[in-house]
Design a protein around this ligand. Sequence first.
Ligand SMILES: C[S@@+](CC[C@H](N)C(=O)[O-])C[C@H]1O[C@@H](n2cnc3c(N)ncnc32)[C@H](O)[C@@H]1O
Length: 269
Amino acid sequence: MIALPQPETLASHVRSYVNTAEHNDAVFNHFTARTWEHSILAAHRRHVDENKLGYGDPAFHDLWFLLLQAAAEKFPTPRCLEIGVFKGQVISLWALLARELNLPLEIHAITPLAGNPPPPLSLWSRIRYRLDRGYREQVKTGNFYANEDYEAIVRAHFAHHGLSFDAINLHRGYSTDPLLLESLATARFELVYVDGDHREAGARHDFATFGAKVVPGGWLVADDAAHDLPGSVFWKGYPEVTSALSELAPLGFVNVLNVGHNRVFQRIG
Ligand SMILES: C[S@@+](CC[C@H](N)C(=O)[O-])C[C@H]1O[C@@H](n2cnc3c(N)ncnc32)[C@H](O)[C@@H]1O
């Protein structure tokens, strides 16, 4: 039986964290339970689940709760960036917690708000899967998204919580877009969440490019990146994203906590 820290803060979880199967499973179960016990987190995640508005595990809601509070204690106005918004689960949670906990967050998002639909299943798509490595990686890393009106969906998601999507600093496009990168050349962030392209090259690009924009003492959270972690009660994400984590140590990042397949890195120095 693992004893988890009291009082619960990001710092107390980081201090007690050990990367063993028993501890990773206990942390995941504990964060899951805390999400469902917390009225704001539970209501937000229930809305996501009932309306199919996002991926990931309920445990991550409690991780954001602790991370945003830690960021607001450490930095006057934490600049928080999500790469890969989909239907707005994470940025709407950040905006909701900012309002409810009175946290002075500046929220940014890089996302195309557009689909990347898969070709229809056919004999050709099966042959292509065998012959075309790039296509195979897109399938294996879940990189296809149906064509939907993502902007309308995200706006409605925000409105459900009485929030305005217009308050978000939206950088519309892909994280590799040269014009978008130029516009963010001098940008710095206290917290970056990488959950966009899960192919290895895409994840490497995002870790290297946006990891370099994290201020000393700030955090980068990598989604779907726990393929090499011990533990049995959580889905571990993709080997491609996990391999790409090797971009982070040379930038001075240390892996301080893992909650399921969400890996928390802090930039030391
Ligand atoms: C797994 S979904 C994100 C899920 C969302 N973070 C959540 O928790 O519900 C990945 C999203 O990233 C977007 N995406 C893919 N490649 C991207 C890139 N290079 N830059 C920004 N967004 C990207 C996709 O359009 C999709 O909306």
